[in-house]
Design a protein around this ligand. Structure first.
Ligand code: CP
Length: 333
């Protein structure tokens, strides 16, 4: 390890991971390199007990498959332990403050991770308040603004496919119809914020009701100016998919209707034709890859032939959630 990498690694200890935008490029590079190493170690059976007997508290205000299990399995593989906390069955449900959570959990362990993603205006603010009082790193497992653990795994997956230089690749981040529940806005917002840092051509597509929050849009434009890529917004999936190298169609809700899911579903029902099927995939490049953070609404967001087809990378993408979660814990805790 060079002196620079050692200094950078030292700098990571105790750092919060609340938005990708909070970390500079060489810090993101370090976490991806660490994730690559941890992935190789996992696949070759090398033990990685970097956090022996350390505890991370995993607070969930919402459901999860990948995030919970990638953190729980990941901390076990690092030699530590993850405590699952369901907000509904803890004193958070009786109004216990983020300040108290930050101070008290810091006195019991070594890291706090939080998912708080379904109420616009709340999740990121809650995490920042916990972090203000915590003396251990706080990790965002998805909030209203960003899903930095997901987009980091997405970046790792894209690099595995296309290499490190992503300049001029086109990624289509598109809304898609889903009837299951009102999905958070944080994945498309996280994608436009992170991918614009790498000189990519990012095209965002959505029906008029599905505009993203102002701050992620501002950051995406600012990142594009710095990286030399392109960021545009269109109102149809076809245009976004045209000649794309990567397509990432998924559902999210209208910002004003998270408290009114029935009304949100009525709005969404007008756009059932926003589905990623084989004719839609054929508009992208022949070698284009299909990505989705999962869970996907099969038959609504995407047809089986695409998500189970040769262009789909959803399983490597989901797997990389664990390697990147381990890297974040190993570096910050
Ligand atoms: N992609 C993702 O965050 O999955 P979960 O909701 O299952 O954690």
């Amino acid at each position: 390890m060079t002196r620079e990498v050692l200094a950078l690694t030292d700098r990571m200890k105790g750092r919060d991971w609340l938005m990708t935008q909070d970390w500079v490029d060489d810090e993101i590079e370090l976490v991806l390199n660490t994730a690559n190493q941890l992935k190789t170690d996992f696949k070759t059976g090398v033990q990685t007990l970097h956090l022996p007997h350390k505890t991370i508290f995993l607070i969930f205000f919402d459901k999860s498959t990948r995030t919970r299990n990638s953190f729980e399995a990941g901390i076990t593989q690092l030699g530590g332990h993850g405590h699952f906390i369901d907000s509904a069955t803890s004193q958070i449900a009786h109004g216990e403050s983020p300040k108290d959570m930050g101070i008290i959990l810091s006195s019991y362990g070594h890291g706090i991770a939080i998912r708080h993603d379904t109420v616009p205006g709340e999740g990121q603010a809650y995490m920042r308040e916990v972090a203000e009082w915590a003396t251990v790193p706080v990790i965002n497992m998805q909030c209203d603004v960003d899903h930095p653990c997901q987009t980091l795994a997405d970046l790792m997956t894209i690099r595995e496919e296309f290499g490190k230089d992503l300049r001029d690749l086109k990624i289509a981040v598109s809304w898609a119809y889903a009837p299951s529940y009102v999905k958070p806005m944080s994945v498309p917002q996280g994608l436009i914020m992170l991918m614009t840092r790498y000189g990519m051509n990012v095209t965002l597509a959505h029906p008029p009701e599905y505009t993203l929050m102002e701050e992620p849009m501002r950051l995406a434009r600012e990142n594009t100016m710095r990286s030399g890529g392109n960021f545009e917004v269109v109102d149809n999936m076809e245009e976004a998919f045209a000649d794309a190298d990567i397509v990432y169609p998924k559902s999210w809700g209208p910002e004003s209707l998270y408290g009114n899911p029935e009304e949100a579903m009525k709005v969404a029902a007008q756009y059932r034709h926003w589905i990623c099927d084989e004719p839609m995939m054929s508009k992208a490049k022949q070698k284009a890859i299909y990505m989705h953070c999962l869970p996907a609404d099969r038959g609504s967001e995407v047809v089986d032939a695409v998500i189970d087809g040769p262009q789909s990378r959803v399983y490597p993408e989901a797997e990389n959630r664990m390697h990147t979660a381990k890297a974040l814990m190993a570096l910050t805790m």
